[in-house]
Design a protein around this ligand. Structure first.
Ligand code: ADP
Length: 493
């Protein structure tokens, strides 16, 4: 058993959590603070054998968990929400230390995670079937909604807590148990949830938490016959692999994959408001969000004034260590997750510039962290003259780069917005709401924010179309990912 670690008042062990205890593993991985590049913890990673034991434990736990009343399951979920809120400050500090996002965004992520436990805590008891009217008058049929079984939850590093919370809250409400594999670079906040789950009354084995290597643990989940659903938030490449693997045992997959969101500014938009919202959206988690604005479409006649306003807004933004954030020092963006991410974003910017884009602005780090040569900071950048066939327009930038496209007509911008292979989120900004609605209804995406930069809420189902995924999270619809039907057709008395 590894030594217990205390992170700003939270006690947990940096090791896999299986059947109610932390277990030992010889496979270790160094977790660093992306703002400093410094060591945060050495985490024990699950081996395939530990992953198998975790799944087997979840199978046993499921037999009892599905018999717990939906009312009681809901109460446990609501207790998790309350405990998250109670421990918000401590958890947010840990989250910022391992992920890099500003402290206020980590506080927001804890609230967001809690909102899913609260919502599904309330929805659990509303899961119900029906009795159907049979075409033969002497018969009837019952439809029951039952838990699909054991689930594998695989989550990324941009929202290391919330992406897990969305999946786990819905699955537990449905009566499923499962194994949570957090991303390699951000396992700490997930492991810190183990004692919280237990103190909220989650029985041992219901949520197993196993940090580990994606392909290795993913294969164990795919091959284990008792795992009936694998739910991933991650890249298209990983989604495709899981889907192909799941085919052999006809497992259900639920996939939240990459986006390429158009951010459409209509000619009558209030530019100050729109720029303010765009900067909030784009600097949120330093642009490392699948629903962030990837292609910013500006009417060509507004191009110059839009860019001027954007630059002056960015000049007053602060990019530094997320732990420096406080009520007196609001930090707008932190570092990228690791230095390789900076290299990837730079390559997209270079490629765009080689093909005619121009750097209209690049944030100047003062005597902040970057100038000390520490951390994986990337300067917010405004790129003008971006066109559709550049590499930067075809997939996620995942960094604070504002890629500005111009357009002439609304029909043209709709066609260009829909011309990509992804379909996750989209944004429409304008003053005439019927114009906004008309454009929004023509976008081939899963969710549209009209004059709103963050439309995601626990109450709202969210999921991509095209290569952005299958299934949805949030809302009552999010429960159906974890439910199956059983129908019994029988004679009436
Ligand atoms: P990103 O590029 O955003 O890191 P990934 O899809 O690589 O997206 O990672 C998201 C999650 O998927 C992480 O938890 C990662 O460990 C996991 N993962 C990566 N490859 C595989 C795989 N082959 N099978 C299962 N999970 C994987």
């Amino acid at each position: 058993m590894s030594a217990q670690r205390k992170f700003d008042g939270i006690w947990f062990e940096p090791a896999p959590w299986v059947n109610g205890e932390y277990v030992r593993s010889d496979a270790t991985r160094l977790i660093t603070n992306p703002a400093k590049g410094s060591k945060l913890a050495e985490v024990q990673f699950a081996t395939p054998q530990i992953a198998t034991e975790a799944i087997n434990g979840a199978v046993v736990a499921q037999r009892a968990w599905k018999e717990v009343s939906a009312f009681e399951r809901g109460n446990i979920l609501k207790t998790i929400a309350a405990k998250l809120t109670e421990q918000k400050e401590k958890l947010a500090t840990l989250l910022t230390a391992e992920q890099g996002k500003p402290y206020w965004q980590s506080l927001g992520e804890i609230d967001y995670a809690a909102s899913f436990f609260q919502w599904y805590g309330e929805e659990a008891r509303r899961i119900s079937g029906r009795i159907g009217s049979h075409p033969q008058n002497d018969r009837e049929f019952f439809i029951e909604h039952l838990p699909i079984g054991v689930v594998g939850w695989i989550t990324p590093w941009n929202f290391p807590l919330a992406q897990g919370a969305k999946k786990i809250a819905a699955a537990l409400a449905a009566g499923c148990t499962g194994v949570w594999k957090p991303a390699e670079s951000t396992p700490l906040i997930a492991l810190a949830m183990a004692p919280l789950f237990r103190s909220a009354g989650v029985p041992d084995g219901v949520v197993q938490i196993i940090p580990g290597e994606g392909p290795q643990i993913g294969s164990v989940m795919i091959e284990h016959p008792e795992v009936r659903c694998v739910s991933l938030t991650g890249s298209k490449a990983t989604g495709s692999k899981l889907m192909a693997g799941a085919a052999s045992q006809i497992k259900r997959v639920s996939l939240e994959l990459g986006g390429n969101a158009p951010f459409i500014i209509l000619p009558d938009a209030d530019l100050d408001f729109t720029v303010d919202q765009l900067v909030q959206l784009k600097l949120f988690v330093t642009g490392q969000v699948c629903v962030t604005a990837n292609r910013i479409f500006v009417p060509d006649v507004l191009h110059e004034q839009f860019i001027d306003r954007l630059i002056s807004k960015l000049e007053s933004s602060k990019v530094e260590d997320g732990l420096n954030d406080s009520s007196q020092n609001r930090v707008d963006a932190g570092p990228l997750i690791h230095s390789q991410a900076c290299v990837g974003v730079d390559a997209l910017v270079d490629d765009a510039c080689k093909n005619g884009a121009k750097v209209a602005y690049r944030y100047a780090f003062g005597r902040g962290d970057r100038s000390k040569g520490e951390g994986s900071f990337y300067a917010p950048t405004v790129l003008s003259h971006v066109v559709d066939d550049m590499r930067i327009s075809k997939g996620e930038i995942f960094g604070p780069v504002f890629a500005i496209h111009t357009y002439r007509t609304v029909d043209e911008v709709i066609q260009r917005a829909n011309s990509v292979s992804q379909g996750l989120a989209g944004y429409v900004y304008g003053t005439d709401l019927s114009d906004c609605r008309r454009v929004a209804r023509k976008l081939d995406v899963g969710i549209v924010g009209v004059n709103e930069w963050r439309p995601l809420k626990a109450e709202i189902p969210f999921g991509g179309i095209k290569e952005s995924g299958i299934g949805s999270e949030g809302g009552i619809e999010g429960l159906s990912e974890y439910l199956r039907l059983r129908v019994i057709s029988l004679p009436k008395d």
